[in-house]
Design a protein around this ligand. Structure first.
Ligand SMILES: CC(C)(COP(=O)(O)OP(=O)(O)OC[C@H]1O[C@@H](n2cnc3c(N)ncnc32)[C@H](O)[C@@H]1OP(=O)(O)O)[C@@H](O)C(=O)NCCC(=O)NCCS
Length: 249
């Protein structure tokens, strides 16, 4: 069967088969592994909603722009630390300038038997540090209607999988102090994460867990967040310097 046809058949068959995951099926094309652009990783959220995760690139520009429209002003502020009424051309260009190595973005879209256009539900990304190639900056956003269902956790677990396979051992994330949801996600990645305060922003430093592909979307460890400590917070000034260092914006 031609490769193209087989992919189309699987697109329809997998949702129909219900709980079967792509990871457990033979992948057309031989050695290709899921969670690329062509072969999404299929999972269900806590409420059963089917989603597909895959690598994003410049072809996702319009999808990203459309997804941004579904972020509330509060979510935009939490992601970009400034009111962002719309994504500028420059921001869009930077956000889709992925290379699957040093800048990786994993996007989520609705799963199930939907052919054609799929709306973006959320994105988790990292950009490798120029100074230390074993470190990267992490950022994540989920559209407001889909928050609180485990999608953020799913995305960051998938990102950890991708990061470790690219030699990244530590993530840094810059987070507003009132952002409890992101604090929870930091706990999902590393319950022992360190945090310091710079100009009122929390800078988390996490060890990236070695997540196996079949562990992504499993093992909700309730209570992990409670162990996150705020000890060792350090206040330094120069918010402009800090924001200039934020490459994910
Ligand atoms: C932060 C954000 C991405 C979270 O997304 P989300 O889809 O709502 O997150 P989840 O539903 O996966 O996580 C919510 C809860 O599930 C838990 N959870 C999710 N995956 C988990 C896992 N694998 N193991 C344990 N717990 C998990 C979280 O700890 C959290 O627990 P809580 O109920 O105690 O809060 C979302 O709120 C958002 O987009 N905010 C705006 C942008 C932003 O703030 N970005 C951060 C700056 S980079």
């Amino acid at each position: 069967m031609p490769h193209r046809v087989m992919v189309a058949v699987m697109e329809i068959a997998i949702p129909v088969l219900g709980t079967l995951e792509l990871a457990s099926l033979p992948i057309p094309g031989g050695d290709a592994e899921p969670l690329t652009r062509a072969f999404p990783l299929r999972r269900r959220l806590r409420d059963g909603t089917p989603v597909r995760l895959r690598m994003m690139d410049a072809r996702d520009r319009e999808r990203l722009r459309a997804g941004f429209e579904h972020l509330s002003p509060a979510s935009r502020y939490r992601r970009f630390f400034t009111p962002v009424p719309r994504l500028t051309e420059g921001m869009l260009r930077r956000l889709v300038a992925t290379d699957e190595r040093d800048h990786v973005a994993i996007g989520a879209e609705m799963g199930g038997p939907r052919l054609g256009r799929r709306d973006g539900l959320g994105v988790a990304r990292f950009i490798r540090s120029k100074e230390n190639p074993a470190e990267a900056e992490l950022a994540v956003a989920v559209i407001d209607d889909m928050q609180g269902r485990g999608l953020g956790g799913l995305l960051v677990q998938a990102l950890c999988w991708a990061a470790r396979r690219r030699g990244i051992e530590r993530f840094q994330a810059i987070v507003l102090p009132e952002n409890d949801e992101m604090r929870s996600l930091v706990g999902v990645i590393d319950p022992e994460a360190r945090v310091r305060l710079e100009d009122g922003l929390r800078i988390y430093d996490m060890s990236v867990p070695d997540v196996a592909l079949n562990e992504i979307g499993t093992g909700y460890r309730r209570g992990a967040v409670d162990r996150l400590s705020d000890a060792g917070e350090l206040v330094v000034s120069g918010v402009r310097d800090l924001l200039q260092r934020i490459r994910l914006r």
